[in-house]
Design a binder for this molecule. Structure first.
Ligand SMILES: *Cc1c(COP(=O)(O)O)cnc(C)c1O
Length: 360
């Protein structure tokens, strides 16, 4: 039984090296005589694991000292509520709706205050990023919200919106650590790790310190207050310990690849192989406006639902897994996250060429 090339949008491919290391440490983590899964989160060994994970993440993203890093649970979806509960002091926030995830966050925020949809690309099935250089930002908005990489539709903000001085909150679930980022441009950067970093069950929140206060909406549960977790170093209650351990290994793996600048170069190379083929193909075509293309999630179609289904079935048989598009959009989608080897993308393109020759 060999490993397949897994193009899943999430949970997604992890570096084989990381999985092997974790396997080797499964029964006895570095002389502790137990697995990280069995370990107290208050133990010396785990303190080391979470401390190093945070430091490596800080190194990778050059996170300034006035930002806190939190390892939380509840997935990215829980942040859709936590963000307004903690940050909507004026009960006003502006949302840029570029896909399902941003739309869900926008709907959730409406429970807590006035959420304004200040831009959207829904008119063209979220196939582009709207011009965000001069939006009608609300004067009393507590923050401006974006989903930076739209996992389902395959679009990415190539420049951040002009928030006119307002705090920017970004869901980066599907582009986390895919390239360097300037943290100082964000008030909050957060993401579920199961797309590009680790196993499901951990969400990482990087938040400017001054936003972490007790001044939250009335009734906000203790567990949903950032201050609870920031003050306790993500150890207020039992954290998703094993997941954090794997994230830590992935951070070290990224450092070994040369950090985020190197990661970006590799990711752009992989994406170019696929997009160049899509642009020259007579059968397949990409669904996203060129300038807004994500280098992580690449949706494409043949134009025939029958051929799409045939492609998904035959690619699976060839060891190329999870290429079916999201159930709401159909077609195909190749998620080519950090851990997808170049050889996986090359094999996919070779398979597509062959499929085109037989079915085009
Ligand atoms: C997958 C995804 C989510 C939802 O993540 P959960 O951890 O399942 O809640 C939110 N935002 C983006 C951009 C995603 O890709």
């Amino acid at each position: 039984m060999g490993r397949v090339y897994n193009f899943s949008a999430g949970p997604a491919v992890l570096p084989e090296e990381v999985l092997r290391e974790a396997a080797a440490e499964m029964l006895d983590y570095r002389g502790t005589g137990m697995s990280v899964m069995e370990m107290s989160h208050r133990s010396k060994a785990f303190e080391g694991i979470i401390g190093e994970a945070e430091q490596d993440l800080r190194d990778l993203l050059a996170i300034p000292a006035n930002y806190k890093v939190m390892f939380l649970q509840g997935g990215a979806s829980q942040q859709f509520a936590m963000i307004p509960m903690n940050l909507m002091k004026n009960r006003v926030a502006d949302y840029i709706v570029t896909g399902q995830w941003a739309k869900k966050a926008y709907s959730e925020a409406q429970k807590y205050g006035k959420a304004n949809k200040i831009a959207s690309s829904e008119d063209k099935t979220f196939s582009y990023i709207p011009d965000c250089s001069d939006l009608p930002i609300s004067p009393d908005a507590d923050y401006v919200y974006i989903c930076e990489n739209n996992t389902i539709y395959g679009t990415k903000f190539k420049t951040l919106p002009n928030t006119k001085g307002k705090d920017l909150v970004a869901d980066v679930s599907s582009c986390f650590l895919s390239e360097p980022a300037d943290i100082t441009k964000y008030a909050v950067m957060y993401g579920g790790v199961q797309k590009n970093i680790g196993p499901a069950g951990v969400v990482i929140v990087i938040m400017r310190e001054d936003l972490i206060t007790e001044d939250v909406l009335p009734g906000t549960p203790t567990m949903l207050q950032y201050k609870t977790h920031a003050d306790a170093g993500s150890l207020y209650n039992t954290p998703p310990a094993y997941g954090i351990y794997i994230c830590g290994k992935v951070f070290k793996w990224i450092k070994k690849q040369g950090g985020l600048a190197a990661m970006k170069e590799i990711n752009e190379k992989k994406a170019k192989i696929l997009y160049d083929f899509l642009d020259s193909s007579s059968l397949f075509k990409g669904t996203v406006r060129k300038e807004d293309r994500s280098i992580m999630n690449v949706p494409f179609v043949t134009g025939s639902a029958e051929l799409d289904a045939k492609f998904v079935a035959e690619s699976k048989a060839a060891g190329l897994e999870n290429l079916k598009g999201h159930r709401t959009v159909g077609g195909m989608r190749a998620s080519i996250y950090n851990a997808m080897p170049m050889a996986g993308v090359e094999k996919l393109v070779a398979f597509m060429k062959d499929f085109e020759a037989k079915n085009g």
